[in-house]
Ligand binder design. Structure first.
Ligand SMILES: C[S@@+](CC[C@H](N)C(=O)[O-])C[C@H]1O[C@@H](n2cnc3c(N)ncnc32)[C@H](O)[C@@H]1O
Length: 255
């Protein structure tokens, strides 16, 4: 993928500041508390590990964490924070590991950065093959909000306003491919940063169907990292999949 659409290369220089402003650093204790239950004393693989926002504190709790990312700049940020986490450059849509993990996880909206259906299924297939027999796959995703999109192809959403920052998301909707081609405009002080990204939004039921295609089944779904209920008012979900009892072996098909 060219660097003009490589999320990690675009966001690495501002990632710490950006995730702090977005509240993603503040929520990390809860995220790690949630994840630790599934892999305590075991191992975990993070898909799109980034700068280690989640992986570093999870590793600090004694979990053997490894990670994959396709951005050299993100992997450099991670390496500056720790040498306890083995991480390698690769594509989360197509990976194989010799190692089997208690948990594979993909958080924030990383899964939607795979912007074709085929890549998303390939990622689930790779993940299913990487978990051990009792292992689980955890995926955090936003619930797509289509209200403004059905009224028009181009939307502007206010992501955040505080004393120092205004973040707007200007998106073009490609409904045929469920793609949002967007530019974040981040105004702070006198600077304006322009951050492009492309995502493929997925509803939770489509995610379940894709997971079933690779031999996984839904075990739990939560509305937040505090294990709140997933309801019609939820704006995100955390879905936990395990190997399907009905179709053992499907996941071992071609990757
Ligand atoms: C939204 S950030 C999340 C980082 C980290 N997981 C976190 O929660 O803070 C998405 C990460 O996934 C990486 N990424 C995006 N597409 C990828 C792909 N196809 N293969 C591997 N990594 C990818 C980006 O470089 C970036 O580090």
């Amino acid at each position: 993928m060219s660097d003009d659409l490589n999320y990690g290369e675009i966001y690495a220089p501002i990632y710490q500041e950006y995730t702090t402003v977005q509240g993603k650093v503040a929520e990390v204790d809860q995220t790690v508390g949630f994840l630790e239950r599934y892999c305590s004393g075991g191992s975990a693989l993070e898909l799109g590990i980034g700068d280690g926002r989640v992986a570093v504190p999870l590793s600090g709790r004694g979990v053997k964490v490894e990670g994959i990312d396709n951005s050299c700049s993100m992997l450099e940020l991670l390496a500056k924070r720790t040498d306890l986490i083995k991480a390698w450059q690769g594509d989360i849509a197509h990976f194989r590991t010799e190692q089997r993990y208690s948990m594979v996880y993909c958080v924030y909206f990383t899964f939607t950065l795979l912007f074709t259906r085929e890549e998303q299924i390939a990622c689930l297939r790779s993940a299913a093959a990487a978990i051990d027999d009792e292992g689980i796959l955890v995926i955090e995703l936003d619930v797509p909000s289509l209200d403004p999109r059905i009224r028009g192809q181009k939307t502007t959403t206010v992501r955040l306003v505080d004393h120092e920052n205004t973040i707007l998301n200007v998106a073009v909707h490609d409904p045929l491919n469920q793609n949002l081609i967007s530019t974040l405009l981040w105004f702070s002080g006198t600077s304006v940063r322009r951050l492009p990204q492309r995502t493929r939004y997925v509803y939770h039921q489509e995610l379940d169907t894709m997971a079933e295609c690779v031999g996984l089944e839904l075990a739990e779904r939560w509305g937040d990292w505090a294990r709140g209920a997933f309801t019609e008012g939820s704006n995100r979900h955390i879905s936990v999949y395990r190997r399907s009892s009905r179709s053992p072996g499907i996941f071992r098909g071609k990757a």
